[in-house]
Write a protein that binds this ligand. Structure first.
Ligand code: FAD
Ligand code: FES
Length: 613
């Protein structure tokens, strides 16, 4: 870097001036800040600033005054990609994978084994010492830098709170960077479930919170020059069988105050037997959005620390001590008055949220499609779930299809459902070329409503935000609005529908009991079944748990490398199962996931699988 002109990026620190890729709001573009247009001098920062942007750079040129640098979005993508690459190397479903994390697809193209949103981010190692000792405290520590955590942090920083975000991996590396990013109040058949279980008033509050989430997101994107597409959303029947549930959603939507209508036809190439339409919903790329939040957080003196995993939280005088492990292996405490767990599923067992949530994993693929691309956002009411949207990218529009969902760790061969989803896409979009493959999980609450609020009734120090049931763009934003206003002493009028503890949970008790029976069954099965597999060998690839209960071993063979780890989940002792689509270990109890070498990927666990004895 010596001798090169440098500019300071809030995420990257000092960076050399780079050439610009051009374009406003595009994935990899850089652009000068508004300040550059008026003033003669740096600082110049790349896109997605909190000030509106009025000019794009010329692609490939250096900025005339001083220059551009990689967007913060480029940073996050790299680490996730590295993680994904390690997990997907030599994947049996996809033939050979290069070390860059691409596989040869069925049609001979490279398939990026990462989400459309996380692809193409520049590699950057995390700093070995992410947090100096003097900096290890804040008024509010937010754990998790997904949509929920980062919006919460920005809202608190706007109110001049001293706020720090601690992120185990990198911002967006969880579900937010692997979502389909539809911003919609029509959410499959969610409203029929809520109306049926909780009645009209609660459903209206739920819609109100989601509406506020949608409006906040769209306004934020517009104010920051971020691309957001207003599109109609559809819940549709893909067969006659799906019609009753779809019609029920129409009624529920109307009851809850949505301007929904019935349509017999839609301009789509897949089976459509009628559906509900809600006009002018939205969709976007979540990563530039997260980047804009990171920039604003920095501008308002908030801090984001990546590569630090919170393992425990304990009381300390009037406040809290968060016990943290860094990716470099250091362990230390961070002190806070209050803390928000925006970690997907809460990492603390207090409150027993792990027993009130069902983790569900789904798979997504992006395609380059010849000819016209489907506009609008579609999700089927009937099984198997088909979720469809398009996404503008620098390389042209892409089709995204999602589905093949299953409870984490409980599907024998997820790869076959993924292949079935891919065939569906190829049949209905002839000539479609797959460009990306990814997967993610989200948490379904027992009573269909999110849990947002204190971890235990009356606790005003630790808060949770979870249970978005694959609708976290609006629900995560609503959660951030509700939590930040609560911490600042206010209250959202719709917050009752999102409460972490309230009478509405009583309606979820049968579901909780059923879910925990299933958990108990899977716990026993995990410990006993491997007995039958003594002597099994991992064949060409894949993983198997074998051995007697006192000597269980999880063995996998990936990229020709054999790994042997203990299959006992460090959360509450579940026995992990192999996911042949993702090549990872999954705990069937509460959804923790681990790489073949035992590295923790996500879930309520906070430690890796241990080495095999
Ligand atoms: C396949 C799929 C498609 C979806 N599509 C849509 C959609 O179209 N529209 C929609 O509205 N919703 C959708 N969702 C749901 C939505 O993506 C999620 O609800 C939302 O992204 C959750 O955001 P979050 O910030 O709460 O969690 P996350 O984005 O998962 O963020 C949690 C963060 O916490 C970090 N973390 C975890 N544990 C720790 C720890 N111990 N210490 C420090 N950090 C930690 C993680 O690394 C992660 O970055 C989809 C979900 C899935 C699975
Ligand atoms: S995730 Fe709870 S026991 Fe594994």
């Amino acid at each position: 870097m010596t001798g090169q002109p440098l500019v300071r990026n809030p995420v990257l620190g000092e960076q050399p001036v780079r050439n610009c890729a051009g374009g406003i709001g595009e994935l990899s573009c850089c652009m000068p800040s508004a300040a550059l247009l008026d003033g003669p001098s740096p600082p110049v920062r790349c896109g997605y600033l909190s000030t509106p942007i009025s000019r794009a750079c010329v692609p490939g040129s250096a900025c005339t005054r001083s220059g551009c640098q990689p967007s913060p979005s480029s940073v996050t993508k790299s680490v996730s990609k590295a993680l994904v690459t390690s997990v997907f190397a030599n994947h049996p479903m996809r033939g050979l994978i290069s070390r860059k994390g691409f596989v040869d697809g069925l049609l001979g193209t490279d398939i990026a084994m990462t989400s459309l949103w996380l692809a193409d981010r520049v590699d950057r190692p995390l700093p070995p010492n992410p947090l100096d000792e003097a900096d290890r405290s804040a008024d509010v520590v937010v754990v998790g830098a997904g949509i929920t955590g980062l919006i919460t942090a920005v809202l608190l920083a706007r109110a001049s709170r001293d706020v720090m975000v601690l992120e185990a991996l990198t911002a967006g590396a969880g579900t937010t960077g692997n979502t389909t990013a539809k911003i919609s109040l029509l959410q499959g058949i969610k409203l029929s479930k809520i109306v049926g279980r909780h009645g009209v008033e609660t459903a209206q509050q739920y819609v109100q919170g989601n509406l506020e989430g949608l409006e906040w997101l769209v306004q934020h994107c517009e104010a920051h020059g971020l691309s957001v597409q207003r599109q109609d959303a559809y819940t549709y029947a893909q067969s006659e069988k799906g019609l009753p549930a779809t019609r029920e959603e129409l009624t529920a939507g109307k009851t809850a105050g949505l301007d929904v209508e019935w349509v017999d036809d839609a301009d789509v190439p897949f089976p459509f037997h009628g559906g509900v339409r809600l006009a002018r919903q939205a969709q976007f790329d979540p990563m530039p959005f997260l980047d804009s939040l990171i920039v604003e957080l920095d501008e308002r003196n908030g801090r984001l620390v990546q590569g630090v995993r919170v393992r425990r939280v304990s009381s300390e005088g009037d406040g809290l001590a968060l016990h943290v492990g860094s990716s470099a292996g250091d362990e230390f405490d961070v002190h806070a008055k209050q803390c928000v767990l925006a970690t997907g599923i809460p990492i603390l067992d207090r409150g027993g949220f792990f027993a009130r949530l069902k983790p569900n994993r789904s798979y997504c693929m992006a395609y380059q499609v010849p000819g016209n691309l489907t506009r609008g956002m579609y999700i089927s009411a009937d099984s198997p779930t088909r979720s469809v949207r398009y996404a503008p990218t620098a390389a042209g529009d892409r089709l995204i299809v999602g589905g093949a969902g299953h409870p984490v760790g409980r599907e024998k061969h997820p790869a076959s459902s993924v292949q079935e989803l891919a065939s569906w896409a190829r049949v209905h979009y002839p000539g479609a070329l797959q460009t990306h493959y990814w997967s993610a999980q989200d948490y379904t609450p027992a009573d269909d409503l999110p849990y947002v609020g204190p971890i235990l009734p009356g606790n005003d120090k630790i808060f949770v935000a979870t249970g978005f049931d694959k609708w976290g763009m609006t629900n995560g934003t609503a959660a951030a609005l509700a939590l930040s206003s609560r911490i600042l002493g206010g209250r959202m009028e719709w917050a009752e529908a999102f409460a972490s503890w309230s009478p509405h949970e009583l309606s979820g008790i049968p579901t909780v009991m059923q879910a925990n029976l299933e958990v108990g069954f899977n716990l026993a099965k995990g410990w006993i079944t491997p007995l039958t597999r003594i002597g099994d060998r991992t064949s060409v690839g894949g993983g198997v748990v074998s051995g007697p209960p006192w000597h269980l071993e999880a063995r996998s063979l990936v990229s020709g490398v054999e790994h042997r780890v203990s299959p006992v989940c460090p959360h509450l002792g579940g026995i992990v199962n192999w996911n042949d689509a993702d090549e990872s270990w999954e705990c069937p109890l509460h959804g923790s996931r681990f790489a073949p070498d035992g590295t923790l990927l996500e879930g309520p666990a906070t430690r890796n699988l241990t080495a095999a004895q």
